[in-house]
Design a protein around this ligand. Structure first.
Ligand code: BYC
Length: 331
């Protein structure tokens, strides 16, 4: 089974029944777990995996949209897109910091991303072919991200939960800017409306895949729910997303690429067609049309930035040496 590396996993933790029960009692009492608190090794590893994947997704997620900054149709659109992409860089940094509180370094996490051991969201392996894709990403991809991330503000691990509060506020702006682009295109010329429809057709199913495999195939789901890292299952969040998004698409006058999508009065939600899980796993395992390019671009950025990291460390060393020298002189 393809599985993400678990950086820095300690194997020496002693976790007897009493220790695990005490930890679970804290979780059940809705206490936040903080970096220096005792925690089961599995809890730490699950968080490193999830927060690491989340951070990588934000950073890789800058690429498909960054592709359109120079071609945005107006100064207003360019400024908004630039701000959005910068926000995503910021989200990646908060999340790397949150993961670092669990004893892994950003360098280690980056190496796992570049070597292909660590995953990032499947959605960013699809290409952005037209300007309408920027609207569809904001509306659907950020919309799905918000649906997934609002509950993470109540995650049991304090640093992750607190990072998510600001991330969600910014994602909400991203979703609105995307929907506003879609409204403009859908209310524009027939050609513009056609671009919006084409983008919805291409981004709908990959957006549903963002929530992860069916609950029955979700390896980590049950344990993460028990530890209150996740508050809803993959399928629950996917259903909430469909229910919230379909009326928004109808308001735009667009149609969804799913003949089985229909309102179900009994469950007070939409039924929808089968997801192509073969496509999902192919993309997750590196077979999407953009996987290679995304990693190649990240590798180049990491290598090109080596001198900046070295200079920053040298500068910090110099300042520390100066501070110590002046402290000794004063004594
Ligand atoms: N893509 O047991 P499961 C964003 C993997 S970015 C790739 O259900 P879990 C944004 C999963 O890692 C959005 N892989 O896992 C940025 C596991 O493999 P490993 C990113 C996926 O963790 C810029 C295996 O499948 N958001 O917001 O319980 C612009 C089995 O899955 C995917 C987050 O990362 C996928 N879609 O649940 C715009 C949110 N789905 O690790 C927007 C935080 C599953 O055993 N993450 N896998 O090798 C989560 O909430 C959870 O990790 C997931 C998966 C719901 C994604």
């Amino acid at each position: 089974m393809y599985s993400q590396g678990l950086i820095g996993a300690k194997t020496e933790t002693e976790e007897d029944e009493a220790f695990l029960a005490r930890f679970q009692a804290r979780i059940d009492a809705e206490e936040k777990i903080e970096p220096n608190d005792p925690m089961p090794e599995g809890y730490r590893r699950t968080l490193v995996r999830q927060i690491g994947q989340h951070a990588h997704s934000e950073i890789v997620g800058m690429l498909p949209e960054g592709n359109w900054i120079t071609r945005a149709p107006s100064l207003k659109r360019k400024a908004a897109l630039l701000a959005k992409v910068q926000d995503e860089g910021g989200h990646g940094l908060y999340l790397y910091c949150a993961a670092e509180t669990l004893g892994v370094s950003r360098e280690e996490m980056t190496e796992e991303l570049l070597s292909g051991k660590a995953k990032y969201s499947s959605i960013f392996n699809y290409p952005t072919l037209t300007w309408a894709d920027i609207g569809a990403i904001g509306w659907l991809v950020d919309g799905a991200a918000i649906m997934n991330q609002i509950p993470l503000c109540r995650c049991s691990y304090g640093p992750y939960a607190r990072a998510m509060i600001r991330v969600c506020k910014e994602e909400s702006f991203h979703q609105r800017q995307g929907y506003e682009i879609m409204m403009t295109l859908a209310g524009g010329t027939p050609e513009q409306k056609e671009l919006a429809q084409d983008a919805l057709n291409r981004w709908w199913w990959p957006s549903l895949m963002m929530f992860g495999p069916h609950d029955s195939a979700s390896q980590h789901g049950d344990q993460s729910m028990k530890w209150k890292i996740k508050r809803f299952t993959n399928d629950e969040l996917r259903q909430k997303f469909v229910d919230a998004t379909v009326p928004q698409g109808e308001y735009l006058g667009l149609t969804f690429p799913d003949p089985d999508l229909k309102w179900n009065e009994d469950k007070q939600g939409y039924d929808f067609g089968a997801i192509d899980w073969d496509e999902f796993w192919r993309v997750v395992k590196g077979g999407g049309s953009m996987n290679r390019e995304r990693i190649a671009v990240r590798r180049k950025a990491w290598e090109d930035g080596a001198w900046v990291r070295e200079a920053a460390l040298a500068h910090a060393d110099k300042r520390r040496a100066r501070r110590e020298a002046s402290k000794m002189a004063a004594e």
